[in-house]
Write a new protein. Structure first.
Length: 276
């Protein structure tokens, strides 16, 4: 328990037998429950989680693994809690966890994302460039600034998790981007804190040639779907401006899309929920 609130940690892992023991050994003492979600590992990863909770999946994807971990914690805690997601590959520093939790504890956010950009350390250049491009697309799709959408170090309040639709999800590596879009659509407040980026020989499972086009298309479709759904659920003057400038941008001048994004951001701000 940290500052009077229970804390659970979700660790999605697939073939992380080399790194998982150190991740588990460095989890802070204030954490109440740890659940490792072994997503079809073939190297005995799940067998290393004997001292914590374990959920086994059959290679459904990192998004499905995180969903399973969140739902496990929902069924484990009987009062308010915060669910922290840390990767099983050791790229996230446990000493940053208190900072990631703080905005929720101070009632400034429902969901907190780590940002590796300010303290990126040894982040490879191609990762920085890819993060930059996806940050632009995710910012457009969410209607608010997102600087490091691919950072998986997050904290989410149980208020969000109890209201979440677990029947609809994105199973693969575009999960953080999809999650942020849904949070924006539902009016939850997102905060960002700088975290360390640790690179010590870990290999990413992402295939850039398929990942980038797939996630970009998802963000494009998600942007339109969010605005359409909000048009019926939470109509506003700003949303009307979004539609008008969007249509005129296609007909007359694409520069009007800048106004479209600005009015969309104002709408997202307007529908934001109070943090309880």
């Amino acid at each position: 328990m940290f500052e009077g609130v229970q804390v659970g940690v979700v660790i999605p892992a697939r073939n992380e037998s080399e790194h998982l023991p150190n991740v588990l050994a460095t989890i802070p003492d204030f954490v109440d429950k740890v659940v490792v979600v072994d997503d079809g590992s073939t190297d005995g990863t799940g067998d290393l989680a004997s001292d914590v909770e374990l959920v086994r999946l059959e290679g459904l994807g990192v998004g499905a693994a995180i969903d399973a971990g969140h739902q496990f914690l929902l069924n484990s805690f009987d009062s308010n809690f915060i669910s922290v997601v840390m990767a099983g590959d050791g790229q996230m520093d446990p000493s940053d966890m208190k900072a990631v939790l703080k905005p929720i504890l101070e009632k400034k956010a429902h969901h907190v994302k780590g940002e590796r950009l300010d303290r990126a350390g040894k982040m490879p250049t191609h990762r920085r460039f890819g993060t930059f491009l996806l940050a632009i697309l995710t910012t457009l799709a969410c209607g608010q600034t997102i600087r490091d959408p691919q950072c998986g170090y997050t904290a989410t309040s149980s208020e969000v998790l109890t209201k979440w639709n677990w029947n609809v999800s994105w199973k693969g590596y575009g999960y953080p981007n999809w999650w942020l879009m849904r949070l924006s659509e539902m009016g939850f407040t997102i905060s960002h804190v700088p975290v360390k980026a640790i690179y010590d020989g870990q290999k990413s499972g992402i295939k850039v040639s398929s990942f980038f086009p797939k996630v970009s298309l998802m963000l494009l479709i998600g942007l339109h779907a969010r605005v359409i759904r909000n048009s019926s659920r939470a109509p506003s003057f700003f949303l009307l401006g979004t539609w008008v400038t969007y249509i005129l941008g296609w007909i007359y001048n694409p520069l009007l899309f800048v106004v479209t994004h600005c009015t969309d951001r104002l709408h997202v701000t307007m529908i934001r929920r109070d943090v309880k």
